[in-house]
Ligand binder design. Sequence first.
Ligand code: PRT
Ligand code: ZN
Length: 283
Amino acid sequence: MIRIAIQSKGRLNEESTALLGEIGINVDDSKRKFLSRSDNFPLEVLYLRDDDIPQVVANGTAALGIVGLNEVEEKGFKVDIVKKLGFGGCRISLAIPKSEEYDGPAYFNGKRIATSYPAILRRYLDKEGIKAEIEVITGSVEIAPSAGIADAIFDIVSSGGTLVSNGLKEVEKVFFSEAVLISSGKLSAGEQAILDEMLFRIESALGSRKKKYLLMNLPQASVEQAVKILPAMRSPTIMPLAAEGWCSMHSVVDEKDLWEKIRQLKEIGAEGILVLNLDKIIP
Ligand code: PRT
Ligand code: ZN
């Protein structure tokens, strides 16, 4: 049995739970208990505020946790970052009223900066040799300048919409974050074996996310060119069609290259192209 701490509610809760589901671990969280046990995998889920997750993992109350890298960095507890999970992406940035002129980090000398991330901000200011005052506030940091609490803010940004609607502009992107799987680094052999199985499944699930499965009909004469366009995991699968001179070709492509590949395949006569989502890739 291994215990994992995840956010009880908030931005990371849904995707953390979804990831466990995607790797075939059933957890009944419908009763919203503090602690739930999976009925098909030796895993126990502890639901907490994200702020508390680095600490409970560092002190071994939970062997594992899923939390934003920003919280790990801010809290400073000693934990291992086992895997970046590819969701909850954001950055922590310095922002100032949009009417202000900005000429680089020295702007912040003598300014008051509101934030919920004082440790990360302090480190940045020290590195840049800036003397500024940090005002720690826990919620609605973005209203601090208009409320006269601070001259600038240091806060999480994802789309940037919140800054714009509060008349602020992002001037320094200081820290980049995403959800990470963390470990206490003190696992028993049994726990390590469970973690290894989870990691194997997570990698299969994450590896398939940015890929698409392509099927198409192709003139036999274009196969050689198509193989060059589609270097699949080992090589593309080619099957004959009933129609003379045609075959069906299957392959996996990176989502970022999808439209360019489709353009090239159409040029060499591909027809009836189907694009499918992939669930898992087991190399
Ligand atoms: O209750 P609990 O303490 O568990 O939750 P919380 O309120 O402290 O955190 P929550 O649920 O808001 O965020 C959890 C984690 O999600 C954060 O620690 C980040 O790692 C990650 N994350 C990703 C974000 C965002 N994107 C995000 N956009 N966390 C917060 N925001 C907020 C930000 O504070 C700002 O108010 O969204 C606003 C900015 O968004 P944009 O899109 O307008 O730029
Ligand atoms: Zn929190």
